[in-house]
Design a protein around this ligand. Sequence first.
Ligand SMILES: Nc1ncnc2c1ncn2[C@@H]1O[C@H](COP(=O)(O)OP(=O)(O)O)[C@@H](O)[C@H]1O
Ligand SMILES: CC(=O)OP(=O)(O)O
Ligand SMILES: [Mg+2]
Length: 394
Amino acid sequence: MILVANPGSSSRKYALYDDTLQLRAELHIETVGERLAATLHHHQTTTNVPLEYSDLAESASHLTTIFRYHHSIEENETIATIGLRIVAPSSYFMSDHIINDEVVAKLQEVREHAPLHVDASLEELRRLREAYPEATVVGVSDSAFHATKPNYAWNYGIAIHDADQFDIKRFGYHGLSVAAAIDALWDRGKLPPKVVVCHLGSGSSVTGVFHGRSIDTSMGYSPLEGVIMASRSGSIDFGAVKALKKNLQMNDDKIEEYLNRQAGLLGLSGSNDIRELISREADGNHMAHLALDTLIHSLHKAIGSMIVALNGCDLLVFTGTVGERSAVIRKRIVAHLEFIDFILDGDLNDACTSPEKLTSVSQAAKSRPIIVIPANESLEIAKHAQTLTRTVTL
Ligand SMILES: Nc1ncnc2c1ncn2[C@@H]1O[C@H](COP(=O)(O)OP(=O)(O)O)[C@@H](O)[C@H]1O
Ligand SMILES: CC(=O)OP(=O)(O)O
Ligand SMILES: [Mg+2]
């Protein structure tokens, strides 16, 4: 069996696949306010799973109990391979790796540059190795899909020899989610040449895809760049960062922490949860309204830049937990895309709050297609993990 572990900035997603890559079970643990909520999807049913712990980081240590209790895995079955999603800035992590001491050392080298993700991956790895000492763990790159970007989409405006020597490039992330969406479209014969994929979750990004290949994405060296996120600032002027550092008397670690964990929607409004912001806004809360408007404006700019980079757009895709569930956010985004013929069907959009398959939400007669695709990073990770272990075994 293959176990997939996907540590996100606010969630843990796990999945079990058999050796023919048939999905056995999916476990999604998310943060709702101060507590954790877990749902297990298997045998065509979805069950709420009560958790006996409250620290998200502990999740990997409880998997065996949960999966065995619900008969997702039987006594005689073992996990031979684990695919672990890796979000880490460096050319090295543009590829998948079977995790050994060298890979762990490379992760440790870059941990301060993506604190939300690398620390979580290292902790996840420690717990997975403890729970499944016999399994081969494959670190699956969340950036590899962006390897097709043209040269100019890798660069910051800095001396190229410094960028090369110190490996400072725009690597991009959420590649597994975008690849899964593109695969799903391809499998159904619905992949047009120019696609903009909005992955909206706790971390969010917008990617331009030309003939199935990434041509640019809003995240860069680390998953801090780009649009405003739940607790991440997104792109911010270095001058503003320096002024913040000086006024708040922060060292490098503190400012990194500030921009990753205390900024974004949380910094603007006091909440990192879009559901809560939508309900506060409806009650007349101005800060919630301003935070949501700032978020939407930042998404408009990112989508606009991808449409121009692609020189057009044939299909708009929403994926990621917010992209899948929030009709309100989709509506506010698409409201500015009518000029290029993207128009939502109000009823289809409102009805799409937890889709299990590709769901069209655009007006059939007038609009270019807008499709909501459930993020399937798990399958992508399982495929990569299986490919790498097979290649190495051969
Ligand atoms: N119905 C919903 N409407 C809007 N936002 C939602 C909804 N359900 C969950 N969210 C938000 O989705 C985010 C989690 O997204 P997800 O992509 O799963 O996170 P991660 O970055 O950990 O992978 C949380 O910030 C949560 O507030
Ligand atoms: C790359 C990234 O931000 O991932 P997530 O959305 O899972 O936190
Ligand atoms: Mg995620």
